[in-house]
Design a protein around this ligand. Sequence first.
Ligand code: BG6
Length: 514
Amino acid sequence: MSKDRVDLIDIPKSRYIKPCGMCSDTAPLNSVTIVIFGGGGDLSRRKLIPTIYHLFKENLLPAGFSVIGFGSPPDGTDESFRQRVLESMKEFEPDLYEEKSFASFLKHLYFQGCYFDDFSGYELLKKRIDSESEATLLYYMSVHPSFLPVILEQLKRSSLNKPHYDPRIVIEKPFGTNLKTALELNYLLHTCFDENRIFRIDHYLGKETVQNIIYFRFSNIIFEPLWNRNYIDSVQITVAEDIGVEHRGKFYEQAGVIRDIVQNHILQLIAFVAMEPPVGFEPDAIRNEKVKVFNSFRPMSKNYIRDNCIQGQYGPGSVNGEDVVGYRDEFRVAPDSKTPTFFAAKLFIDNWRWADVPFYIRTGKRMPQRSTDIVIRFKKPPLKIFGTECDVLPADLLRLRIQPKEEINMFMNVKYPNDVYRINRINMDFNYKDAFSEKSYPPYSRLILDCLRGDLTLFVREDGIDALWGIVDPIIEQWECMECKTFPNYAAGTWGPESADELLKRDGRLWYTI
Ligand code: BG6
């Protein structure tokens, strides 16, 4: 049969689904004004401004764009702001910095000095905005969450939330500190903005390899039939960091590992692995499926937490050949701190697809290396056709490497040459670096671009946030009123406390650190 004939037969069988939210990359962007609340602060200078500059350098911003830093110092000027931004850029992003293009980028930057509760500052901001030609407004909240109520109140008072400005608001994680505060924050936001103008950011969703989980699952046919409790034995997710808390001791003391990594990054990874195929590819179709996963997590009783969740805190040790201090000796950390820097757990998603499949997760600071991996372990074949050799055959594994290596590896068994009963382990590898010449955008660039385009696919919806806190709140509550006499319980540079290994050993499994 000719190739044309085959294609003709194939076409009627395939069906397109609704438009693709993730693929709106080509739509032209309107002019935009980005107002960074806390524009002079650390996050803004280290991360946001370099990200916006990256978009500028790549010609991804519309010609009519401006960035207004808003906040302290109240006597700040455009000039002093530009100077500070220039210094930070040279210090934190020397490789991205390029003198000539940065000089033209700086011309788009302005500053409105103001205390957040001072209405006159908002009036001046409004004057600036009104004097510019029509532009989409993006408010980026790069401030401590305690400032949000007053900022929202003032935005409302000055009418800067009105739809004719086409405003969008970006809120950083962690969104609230528990379900109660998240509900309050959502309520407050909704007094000012519609849900479709609220972008709750989680930078893990901006990573190319994280988005690829959906593409890999749903653009191939071969994995999906196996992607369930009948063929998958267990799933492991490791988010390991070799760094400590660096200069963020004060923040981390209040957050701890669950609010910092588990409630957002890890649960988002699980959602992409576990979700059903969406009925369309627009933002809500995907977000609906994710929320269904979050709502299917097995609720955690006190006993469940005691038996299946492990916490840890690093003591002094050595990472990558360098001696490092323990968590309690970090800058702005209490000497008797009981904040966990490590978490491991066995979780279950009680739905039709995943019932009884354990999801083992672990994450920690000061581990031996930086790596985020998802390992899908398949079940073994039903019969041992190859005799006793089968007793020691390892299970098939699919590893999705998120970072720093960006790979997919399949570990399987094959016949060893010239030997009837010898079977060998092999791996099939794909990696982004070798396969594509195109470099991925850094996660923040991708997400800010999506905000400008109004694409909410990669942002967490209100009900998603509620469900996420619902999963972790019981653990946080139980642990926050517990004494942690055993802390520190792992040395910096190791894979966490022994109890995390025990958690898997007791099920006849091991953590994969391959
Ligand atoms: C942030 C956390 O959300 O993610 C940090 O606040 C953590 O504590 C960081 O270091 C890890 O991000 P990445 O992209 O380096 O894995």
